[in-house]
Design a binder for this molecule. Structure first.
Ligand SMILES: Nc1ncnc2c1ncn2[C@@H]1O[C@H](COP(=O)(O)OP(=O)(O)OP(=O)(O)O)[C@@H](O)[C@H]1O
Ligand SMILES: [Mg+2]
Length: 621
């Protein structure tokens, strides 16, 4: 007897639905996309209990006649493509004709729709994939779709639903994605009958961002001037240097209006941001890519979240170039013209070095906007300790150094920290008191107690020295008496071959010496390590972790430089007071004195006011 059977339609739909609808937010995505495809100008989304009890979408789009309303619930029924050629150039969100039947097969489903000029509309009810009722509908033109009791008939799926709040936050995030790309459409979102979002239609995308994410965030975004590079048009808004998150939630990118994720785009962003973005951090972006729909394929992901570009490298390069240019231009403008001129960094998010060096003649123009005085600043990092999800609020006051975290709270925003090159702070403002645990240099300043992590400070100083040496020709190196022989994996051998030029510029002369074997002849002369082979392993690992697709020389050089710096200081070197003073002076001559090349703070301040509060009395002035 044969073992293969054709699945009954209802079961086949449920299986297919598993791919399309994994949670309430996916239902919202599909329905909102249908409303947008139908030309809606107003879209209401109502959710109950995170969307698992009810999702209702009301739109004022084209609506459907009775025949279409019946047809749209059939699998592979779509009005959006007709031929194979259409599939190669999709300009609508939908194209598979799968969303509605999938949703209807795993919920108690109701569709009510009416075309604008029709006398009467159609209402259809489907229960877990079974049509239960078709009747006339007298509602307003447009379409209402309800999905109740999601997965009521698929307990295995239902089990995977998270808490109401989690599910709702996904719904909200989903709506936000579409709302940003469609400012001309008005959106409302309610949860358990409470209004959560009310976004009137606007022509201005920034206005929409403001409505969604608040004034503070919108005011700190940089506009990406629209430019077309090899047929790829890039525009939108991005966060300035230091504005970053620990997850990708705010890294939103759109391709012809469709929110998508793509490795080429991520690499392009990383490259564009360069060191303005710490390892493990993600930028805040609302970036729009427009290109010929023939140049990519959207039919590769069940939720259409990913696309396949025919030429991913061009996309990466176009993004890297326009992001890089946007950051560069922002650094040149005086405050008031460029929101990101007031760079906000967080202790955990600070970039390794200023994203871009500000040309000498522009330095004068930069003024910190906070505080009464407007001393010229080369750099204006405001160091804050805030949870990654929350944007720090900057107080108006200006203090010379970042304040220390309070013992309990790691999320207290602290004052702006002007650069060491400002008129207000210089090494002579600090009196060295002593060294704690061979690491923390305790110092007294006008503001209170300042601690310097001597190791981090050293790394920063060496990193910048190193970079300067690099920019002016090369890093001094020492020839090894006995060359080191490195036996590598084929992958690491590739990494080494690809980076040979950068390595030489960085003082590491390396030659192939056989299959997957290399000979190292020189090392940078500042290196202080007892185990150069282990250090080289670290360098290779660091280089390898950079994507093979990242062609940027700067990124590889910085990867080597940061690894090099780690080995440039020993952790418990005991330094004399004059040595510490020299270190402090060198640190303050740095472009970015407040964090080490890995983003950890070099200086931390506990203000006198804070000490007074803790001890409950005023210190004598
Ligand atoms: N809100 C709506 N207003 C008007 N027509 C709609 C609406 N929602 C769906 N339709 C019609 O129903 C059809 C089926 O919708 P469905 O979402 O199942 O498939 P699709 O959008 O064509 O493709 P995909 O499965 O990729 O989303 C659509 O092609 C469209 O013609
Ligand atoms: Mg659809």
């Amino acid at each position: 007897m044969s073992k293969i059977r054709i699945l009954p339609d209802a079961l086949a739909s449920q299986v297919a639905a598993g791919e399309v609808v994994e949670r309430p937010a996916a239902v919202v995505r599909e329905l909102v996309e249908n409303s947008l495809d139908a030309g809606a100008r107003h879209i209401e989304v109502h959710a109950q209990r995170g969307g698992s009890a009810l999702i209702r979408i009301v739109d004022d789009g084209s609506g459907m006649d009775r025949e279409d309303a019946m047809l749209c619930l059939e699998r592979h029924a779509t009005s959006k493509i007709r031929t194979k050629e259409d599939l190669g150039a999709i300009c609508t969100f939908g194209f598979r004709g799968e969303a509605l039947p999938s949703i209807a097969s795993v919920s108690r489903f109701r569709l009510a729709t009416r075309e604008k000029d029709a006398l009467v509309g159609t209402e259809i009810e489907v229960n877990g994939g079974k049509l239960t009722c078709v009747r006339d509908h007298g509602g307003a033109p447009g379409t209402v779709i309800e999905a109740r009791s999601l997965f009521f008939n698929v307990p295995a799926r239902r089990k995977f639903l998270r808490t109401e709040n989690t599910e709702f936050s996904h719904v909200e995030q989903q709506l936000r994605l579409h709302a940003i790309a469609n400012p001309q459409v008005a959106f409302t979102l309610t949860h358990n009958d409470e209004l959560v979002l009310h976004l009137p239609a606007t022509r201005d995308m920034l206005e929409r961002v403001r409505g969604l994410l608040g004034e503070e965030m919108a005011s700190r975004l940089l506009k990406v001037e629209e430019q077309t590079i090899r047929g790829i048009t890039i525009s939108g808004y991005i966060g300035g240097p230091g504005m970053s998150r620990s997850n990708r939630q705010m890294q939103t990118t759109y391709l012809n209006g469709r929110p998508i994720e793509s490795a080429s785009i991520s690499y392009g962003l990383r490259e564009g941001y360069h060191t303005a973005l710490m390892k493990g951090q993600y930028p805040v972006t609302f970036l729009f890519i427009q290109m010929d729909p023939h140049a990519f394929d959207v039919n590769v992901h069940p939720a259409k979240k990913e696309v396949r570009f025919h030429d991913g490298n061009s996309v990466r390069e176009a993004i890297a170039r326009s992001v890089g240019r946007t950051l560069e231009n922002a650094a040149k403008l005086p405050v008031g013209h460029a929101p990101a001129a007031r760079t906000v960094l967080s202790l955990s998010q600070a970039p390794a070095r200023p994203a871009l060096s500000i040309p000498e003649h522009h330095q004068e123009e930069l003024r910190i906007s906070a505080g009464p005085s407007s001393a010229p600043l080369r750099q204006m990092p405001a160091l804050v300790t805030s949870p990654p999800e929350e944007e720090p609020k900057l107080p108006a006051a200006r203090a010379p150094l970042p304040a220390a975290n309070e013992a309990k709270s790691t999320s207290k925003p602290v004052e702006n920290a002007p650069s060491a090159s400002s008129e207000t702070t210089s090494p002579s403002d600090f009196r060295i008191i002593g060294v704690l645990r061979k690491l923390y240099v305790l110092m007294e300043s006008k503001e209170g107690l300042v601690l310097m992590d001597q190791h981090a400070a050293h790394e920063r100083v060496n990193f910048e020295k190193f970079r300067r040496a690099l920019e002016s020709g090369g890093v001094p190196c020492q020839r090894l008496l006995m060359p080191i022989t490195l036996q590598t994996t084929p992958r690491d051998a590739d990494v080494l071959r690809q980076n040979q030029t950068s390595l030489t510029r960085l003082g590491i002369e390396i030659e192939p010496f056989g299959p997957n074997i290399f000979k190292v002849e020189t090392l940078p002369s500042f290196l202080k390590t007892d185990d150069p082979a282990a250090w080289l392993d670290q360098v290779i690992e660091e280089l390898g972790s950079l994507s093979a697709k990242t062609s940027s020389l700067r990124l590889s050089e910085d990867a080597i430089a940061t690894t090099a710096c780690r080995a440039s200081v020993k952790s418990n070197d005991v330094l004399s007071i004059p040595e510490l003073q020299a270190l402090l002076k060198d640190l303050f001559a740095c472009e970015m004195p407040y964090c080490c090349p890995h983003g950890r703070p070099t200086l931390v301040q506990i203000s006198t006011a804070e000490l007074e509060r803790k001890f409950g009395r005023r210190a004598p002035g």
